[in-house]
Design a protein around this ligand. Structure first.
Ligand code: COA
Length: 167
């Protein structure tokens, strides 16, 4: 436990009662500017789905009865691989108290829990221009950055066939 202002910071399991507060913190921090990827969308189903599948990996940071941040994770076992991966899906800290150690506290606890569940490697993903998050994960020891290309094809646009050149 550590001190944030006057209140003691407590990292604990997320409960159903925390859903609305967690959802609103996510709405505040996962903005369209910082999370433009189409395949990741913050909505209430993210919380309920991860809570149902990995309750032990859904944590909140609380001080003085107020939720300051949350972390939601899951584990993945790949076919033909003996390794169990810990995927950190969402991590968010209220804007007004960022850089106060809350994210580190949440990360430390989920890392501990994942290790206990037999995880051998943790993975995260975030947009390349989300520098606070990149710096944060580097500080936690993450490395081996791999670039990934997303491409899109708009199916509502009519494709134009090239005119056939006459000889
Ligand atoms: C990323 C995030 C969770 C970090 O939480 P936090 O409570 O602010 O982080 P901490 O205070 O524990 O910071 C730990 C370290 O991370 C780095 N860091 C955190 N915020 C940073 C920032 N804005 N700029 C640069 N480095 C930063 C620093 O190295 C810091 O160590 P220091 O305090 O010794 O300098 C928080 O900024 C956030 O909610 N961002 C929006 C959502 C997001 O991008 N989530 C991650 C992807 S799901």
């Amino acid at each position: 436990m550590s001190e944030t202002g006057k209140e003691t910071l407590r990292i604990r399991d997320m409960t159903i009662d925390d859903f609305p507060e967690v959802f609103h913190i996510g709405e505040e921090v996962f903005t369209a500017e910082s999370f433009q990827s189409l395949y990741r969308t913050w909505d209430e189903f993210e919380i309920t789905t991860l809570f149902n599948s990995d309750t032990e990996l859904c944590l909140v940071a609380e001080a003085g009865g107020k939720i300051l941040g949350f972390i939601l994770g899951t584990t993945v076992t790949k076919h033909n691989s003996p390794w169990k991966y810990g995927y950190l899906v969402w991590l968010g800290v209220r804007k007004d108290i960022q850089q106060g150690g809350v994210g580190s506290g949440l990360f430390k606890e989920i890392k501990h829990r994942m290790k206990e569940q037999g995880v051998r490697m943790m993975i995260i993903d975030t947009s390349a221009d989300n520098l606070p998050a990149v710096r944060f994960f580097e500080k936690q020891g993450f490395g081996d950055v791999q670039e990934h290309v997303y491409m899109s094809l708009n199916l509502t646009r009519k494709s134009r066939k090239k005119p056939v050149k006459k000889a």
